[in-house]
Design a protein around this ligand. Sequence first.
Ligand code: F6R
Length: 595
Amino acid sequence: MCGIVGYIGNTPAGDILLKGLRRLEYRGYDSAGVAVKDSDNIAIEKKKGRIDNLDLESIITGNVGIGHTRWATHGKPSDENSHPFFDCSESLAIVHNGIIDNFVALKDELEKAGHNFSSQTDSEVIAHLVEEYYQGDLMDAVTKTVSKLEGSYAIVVMHRDHDALIFSRNQSPLVIGIGTEENLVASDVPALLDHTNEVKYLQDGDIGRITTEDVKIWNDKGLEVERETKVIKWSVEDAEKGGYEHYMLKEIHEQPKAIHDSFLGRLVEFNEVDFSKYDIDLINIISCGTSYHAGLVGKYIIEEITGIQCMLDLASEYRYSSSTEKYPFTIFISQSGETADTIGAAKEAKRRGCKTLAITNVLDSSLTREVDEVIYTQAGPEIGVAATKTFTTQLIVLYLIAIQLGLRKGKILIEQAETYRNELRRLPRRVEVLLNDVDAIQDISERVLADAGDIFFVGRNINYPVALEGALKLKEIAYIHAAGYPAGELKHGPFALLTNKTPVIAICIKDHTFEKMLGNIGEIAARESPIICVCQEEMELEKLCDEIVVIPEISPLFSPVLINVVLQLFAYYTAYNLGRSIDKPRNLAKSVTVE
Ligand code: F6R
């Protein structure tokens, strides 16, 4: 995810672009840049780091420009990898949001044709392709360029000889702002609202042009189209959150896309890590907090799909534990890649002679420099302190790793791998269905959970760690004491705490533990605790439970993804009813860079 903005009008573009980029910083913030054109030239100012690092003194005054704030996916955050990109002759500049899947092949062809590249990004191929096709008609050159691109893109192109901005989109958002004697284009409406509240949302395959006076759009069949003008009534702050009241809720709702982006291009050919280089007979997963819970779910996934034994360590404990004789293949999970405990544990694992892999959401984060291999989750930036979409995408990567290892080890055949892949393909839609019907969750949060002093979460097998994660989320943002347990463990102590004032959220999936879980629910009912059951179908559960939340049909192995979304929503709506500071809970930080 990155933010892009373009301006053409009668006012100097530099400050307008900077202001627009600040409104889009929630989409990425590891580097930023702007390009502005006067009558003869285009000047670019771009730098690694936040927007405030940009020095606009070096930018010529001009009324046409494009800007970009980056969330790195290809090429680490650096000055050279920041957007905008020039072509070889510095006649044109581009900004891009998305991922060009075939950029390696395109770059190869362009280099053979004599183009010189200045970055490691996928995006730069766009500038050189437009240059290659340009013969005086910029629209024609961009049309030919996008016909060569595979993957996702929102792009804006400017040329020193044209008073126009050319744009196109495919699977990445782009919206036009209609002003008075000025027009804008941006990834999202917050960047437009200082100028106009009249916008046109582009559709996949659209390509078009803005000038100071007008907007023209053609669809993927080359027909000129009129996209409806909508009037936005949100404030800038509402718009940054996509109309959601909190980033956390927005990020919960972004999960279908985050899941899709995390398996895109990796389902069949997963070639980021060559597992044949490693002799993997034992896996250790090391992480903290929510990422630790993802690792615990991962243990069940990996053992089921690969037959490889999998252990878990909390990073803060691993560092100071005695060295083992064995050297397991060690996986570190960290959304930020900056957690001090996890980085320390990675150094220690290396010292012990382990081969290491990091799963993280942040390109080139500190953790990535400590390990042998890295896989990125592709969740996009997460602003809410409570991890939501990053947890879900960590699970997706763990499924992908397990399928790959399962095939290598001969534990599963290609048909079984395809069955798992189909489950992954169906997940975004299933999460969407769940998110479209949250009334029961909202109601239970308000009526049952918000007044509770203690809440228990119980599950069995692969959903036991999901119970732990549900409890952590609730503690974190609602400030209610909560504990997650394997359902069979309640009788070994916690039963003493159960009363009619301690709600129990029970995860009940139709797997081999179902009958046992029914027994556990019966035991809880006998203590008169209100029982909220999260299950696949009502079965006979309504007789035993006070409240039921039904998730869409799914196989048990993939059920943690859906169940966890329900628990995220319980935490969110409970905290909401209590008026908590949801995006910035007290005493907590997004990345914990101290031990
Ligand atoms: C909870 C949460 C934390 C983090 C933990 C590790 O919502 O976000 O528990 O999971 O601090 O952080 P990362 O994953 O960045 O290493």
